[in-house]
Design a protein around this ligand. Structure first.
Ligand SMILES: Cc1cc2nc3c(=O)[nH]c(=O)nc-3n(C[C@H](O)[C@H](O)[C@H](O)COP(=O)(O)O)c2cc1C
Ligand SMILES: C=C(O[C@@H]1CC(C(=O)O)=C[C@@H](OP(=O)(O)O)[C@H]1O)C(=O)O
Length: 388
């Protein structure tokens, strides 16, 4: 399975082409739209999200509610394009003052300066248009197909907020995935702790009032992945490594943890490793799940617990010092609009990029052109490992 996305933040549309989804898998437009609508929500977003209404147009690869096995093409229009038609125009640049105005002031923490240096763009709009997290909408669309594949295989996944601006939710670790999903969906900041929710919203308000931004930590939980998915035999087949790469590829994500994560550096082996047990009903299982469901680049069959950290949004109303690339003079720019916190939206993005990696690993391990055959093979494998 692979996918590519194309499109600029204020251009006409985002396009995603997804390849490798087996044929005969049920897939409806609503399956993708549900994910896109969730990604748009969450406390702390800026005015752009009031303009966009992300709804997918499936333009290839699906017929009468089933995948064909051919590439799936997805189109998402940018409603904001109507306001940017001239600036984003395809025609050669004319005399219009507004269209000719370039962006020469790079924001610390964004891709502006590095992208300008790399691609030789003296107008940094040519960088920010593609480096924008608008692209995560296209990735969520691809991830929604992966999520559908997982759901059809009885694998459930959900993402929620653990921390915003230094406020960490406390919740019962034994909560089921369904409980976490229901609670986080009912929360404006997608968290599992009502008390923390209030404080997180206050922290977002304060950051916004001060012209600042805040980041946080999101967590993704997966139930139903069988043991032994991924592999230890080659570095690029290790499933934890693939997940780590895809999480850090989300705009503004700077780190990943599995289970106890970095805390493992402070604990003894006996406090980290999960003892192995077996029962007729469950097959092999771990008495605890401190490693978050990963050992040796493979799943253990326990729930997967992955955390990702998002840095604060770089575009600040209270801007940091930078240098104008035309005049080489220092400046402190003012901006038009930005999110002050996108952590709740990013929880949805992370859920979808993790779903993608899991679906990819499953389709590699059970390679079938037809989805019902993949499902049959996986069910057989589940039975085999239970009795092994
Ligand atoms: C859902 C989401 C929304 C974001 N919104 C903004 C935003 O409004 N303004 C901004 O400057 N950065 C925003 N970002 C972060 C930037 O896209 C990101 O920091 C930038 O692409 C530079 O990449 P890096 O932070 O990974 O180095 C957002 C990120 C995500 C995941
Ligand atoms: C458009 C989205 O996020 C955008 C990500 C983003 C950035 O710099 O990453 C900047 C903002 O865009 P604009 O400058 O148009 O307000 C966000 O709104 C989206 O999530 O769909």
């Amino acid at each position: 399975m692979r996918y590519l996305t194309a499109g600029e933040s204020h251009g006409k549309q985002l396009t995603t082409i997804v390849e490798g989804i087996p044929s005969l898998m049920p897939l409806l437009t609503e399956d993708i739209n549900e994910s896109l609508i969730r990604r748009q929500g969450g406390y702390g977003r800026g005015r752009r999200m009031q303009i966009e209404k992300d709804l997918i147009n499936i333009t290839g690869g699906v017929r009468h509610g089933y995948t064909l096995g051919s590439p799936i093409s997805l189109v998402l229009t940018n409603d904001d394009f109507t306001h940017w038609r001239n600036i984003m125009g395809e025609d050669p640049i004319g005399d219009d003052e507004e269209v000719r105005r370039t962006i020469s002031r790079p924001r610390p923490g964004h891709a502006d300066l590095n992208g300008a240096l790399k691609y030789g763009h003296r107008d940094m709009r040519n960088v920010l248009e593609r480096s924008s997290a608008r692209e995560t909408a296209a990735r969520v669309a691809a991830g929604a197909i992966a999520k559908k594949l997982l759901a059809e295989l009885d694998i459930k996944i959900t993402g929620y907020v653990n921390t915003i601006g230094g406020i960490t939710a406390s919740y019962d670790e034994t909560m089921s995935l369904q409980e976490r999903k229901d609670m986080s969906e009912a929360s404006p900041v997608r968290t599992l702790d009502k008390e923390a929710e209030e404080k997180m919203m206050q922290a977002i308000d304060t950051a916004k009032q001060e012209g600042d931004s805040i980041g946080g930590i999101v967590e993704v939980m997966v139930e139903g992945m069988p043991a032994g998915i991924g592999s230890y035999v080659q570095y690029d087949r290790k499933i934890d490594s693939r997940i780590a790469g895809s999480v850090v590829s989300i705009n503004a994500f700077k780190g990943v943890e599995f289970g106890v994560g970095f805390e493992a550096g402070h604990l003894n082996g006996s406090e980290v490793h999960d003892e192995i047990a077996w029962s007729e009903e469950r097959g092999y299982y771990r008495k605890t799940n401190r490693l978050g469901g990963f050992e040796g680049g493979m799943t253990t069959g326990m729930p997967l617990i992955v955390k990702g950290v998002m840095k604060p949004i770089p575009t600040l109303y209270k801007p940091l010092q930078s240098v104008d690339i035309d005049t080489k003079e220092p400046f402190k720019a003012s901006i038009e609009r930005s999110d002050s916190c996108a952590v709740p939206a990013a929880a949805v993005v992370m859920e979808h990029v993790v779903a993608w990696e899991l679906a990819r690993a499953l389709t590699e391990q059970f390679p079938h052109d037809q989805f019902p055959k993949l499902k049959e093979s996986l069910d057989q494998y589940r039975e085999e490992i239970r009795c092994f």
